[in-house]
Design a protein around this ligand. Structure first.
Ligand code: NDP
Length: 493
């Protein structure tokens, strides 16, 4: 596929109440292709006034219908239709995602397939929400009803744009909520293209609104808005803390999927080839711009030297290239800002540890935010490169002497999103699984993620869970209903 043709600059507006509308300030912002640094789209900025319009549209759709009258079965059918639209347009969506984020096209194709699967999963779950009868005394009946939380504002990051939108929209709609989605300003394009099909699949106006703009303005307006019942946020821990504070005044429900500094632990008895591949895949997939990246690689001393050598030798062969070339295994980082951030950590890493490979800009490319896959070794776990989320292709390799030390170092982090352990010893594997303080643990693998299984973190990686039935729970309230079966007066007065 040729990537040399100049892309046309497309313009996008905000999607509010079933219509495409310009910004109330008429302002737009540019969206870039990070492999060429060229503008590929101009997108309408949503002001606080536009955010207010979007929330009002969602509020009206939720409070006065027709969404509350739409049966759970019909909501499920709409979700299936959304999945079908994604599958029909999968090639175009994957290309746009790859072009906008810089991720390899092959990975973007997996993402888009997962988007469709997510809508299918929650389409099936929409009419499986049930309450329960509570064991109160015989002269009463008590039951619980599950009801949608209301209007959800959903704020998402740039690393898996349409997939993160799906993880939020699908369970919210299945639960019966109405939504205002704010994509990251770097990568709003696939969510906006997706919104084109909302009316066609029968989503009433106002049920899903998509607004664009910077977090501090558009996102903050949603967080503060009294018409919003719930904030679902995926992004950095720093912004997560700002959101919790902002949501406190109106006591909104909040779920946070934040970052990580996940340990990938290798014991000497691990399957060698699988382990070396797993270490690289765990940290370099999606250019390392992954919340669950196995960016702290803990290796048992007995195999440490040989393991670093094997990783280094393979990392040097990782094919960097334009996102739309099928052989590309690693594309550019998403933006100049992210490139600057990651390369500043590379300079720091060179001071804090030893460099096995990489450490700078990938020089083969004149343009684009390409960074070499980088492995630092002999890293002390107190080093900043071992404690702070870099969100780029940067591995910190740390030796350990025994199981106890491995567990201690694995848990010695403010984060707790994910972790992995590699060993052939089932006793050891499960001891480590039980000891690791994180929301997702893989054994002899790292990164597989399925819509059927919960996703979310411990500690400063956030709270709440996405995916599976857990994901829908976060959009439901519980109402307890008491029915008196005793006809006699209360007899109190
Ligand atoms: P940010 O936290 O910078 O931004 C995330 C979203 O929040 C963006 O839409 C951003 O808008 C918005 N935002 C920023 N400031 C505010 C504010 N004050 N109020 C409301 N919204 C705001 O994260 P990144 O986009 O840089 O994404 C990377 C981070 O996301 C990493 O830390 C990563 O670990 C995490 N992440 C976590 C995942 C998980 O499942 N746990 C999955 C994927 C990523 P804008 O950018 O447009 O200004």
């Amino acid at each position: 596929m040729s990537t040399t043709a100049k892309p046309t600059v497309k313009t996008y507006q905000n999607y509010i109440n079933g219509q495409w509308v310009p910004s109330s300030s008429n302002e737009t912002f540019a969206v870039y292709d990070p492999s060429t640094e060229e503008v590929i789209a101009e997108v309408a900025t949503a002001t606080a006034r536009d955010a207010d319009q979007a929330v009002k549209a969602a509020r009206a759709a939720f409070d006065s219908g027709p969404w509350p009258e739409t049966t759970a079965q019909d909501r499920g059918r709409i979700l299936f239709k959304l999945a079908e639209k994604v599958r029909q347009n999968a090639a175009a969506l994957a290309e746009l995602e790859a072009r906008n984020c810089g991720k390899p096209i092959v990975e973007a194709e997996f993402d888009i397939a997962d988007v469709a699967t997510c809508f299918e999963y929650y389409g099936g779950l929409a009419n499986k929400v049930t309450g329960s009868v509570n064991p109160v005394p015989a002269n009463a009946l008590s039951f619980t009803m599950r009801e949608p939380m209301g209007v959800a504002a959903q704020i998402i990051p740039w690393n898996y744009p349409l997939l993160m939108a799906a993880w939020k929209l699908a369970p919210a709609l299945a639960a019966g909520c109405c939504c205002v989605l704010k994509p990251a300003e770097q990568t709003p394009l696939t969510a906006l293209e997706f919104a084109n099909c909302f009316m066609e699949v029968g989503l009433p106006p106002g049920v899903v609104n998509v607004i664009n703009g910077v977090g501090e303005v558009t996102g903050a307006a949603l967080v503060a808005h009294p018409g919003v019942d719930k904030i679902a946020f995926t992004g950095s821990a720093a912004v997560g803390k700002v959101i919790v504070k902002g949501a406190a005044d109106t006591l909104k429900r909040v779920t946070l999927e934040l970052g990580g500094k996940s340990p990938n632990v290798f014991f000497a008895d691990a399957d060698w080839e699988a382990a070396v591949d797993g270490a690289l895949f765990g940290v370099f997939i999606n250019q390392g711009e992954v919340c669950s990246a196995g960016s702290r690689i803990l290796v048992e001393r007995k195999i440490y030297g040989k393991f670093v050598e094997a990783m280094t030798e393979k990392a040097k062969r990782i094919k960097l290239g334009p996102p739309l070339e099928r052989e590309t295994k690693m594309g550019p980082l998403v933006s100049k800002e992210q490139y600057d951030r990651v390369t500043s950590y590379l300079e720091l890493g060179k001071k804090e540890a030893k460099t096995a490979t990489g450490g700078g800009r990938a020089k083969a490319f004149g343009k684009g935010y390409y960074v070499e896959p980088t492995i630092f070794y002999d890293v002390n776990n107190s080093a900043r490169i071992s404690r702070e989320e870099i969100f780029g292709p940067v591995a910190s390799v740390i030796p350990f002497e025994n199981e106890g030390e491995a567990i201690h170092v694995a848990n010695d982090t403010p984060y707790g999103l994910a972790g992995a352990v590699w060993t052939r010893d089932i006793y050891k594997a499960f001891r480590v699984v039980k000891s690791m303080r994180a929301g997702i643990i893989w054994v002899n693998h790292m990164q597989p993620t399925y819509v059927e299984a919960p996703w979310g973190g411990y500690k400063q990686s956030g709270f709440g869970r996405e995916l599976g039935p857990w994901g829908m729970e976060e959009y439901l309230e519980t109402k307890q209903v008491f029915v008196n079966l005793d006809e006699a007066p209360i007899g109190w007065y």
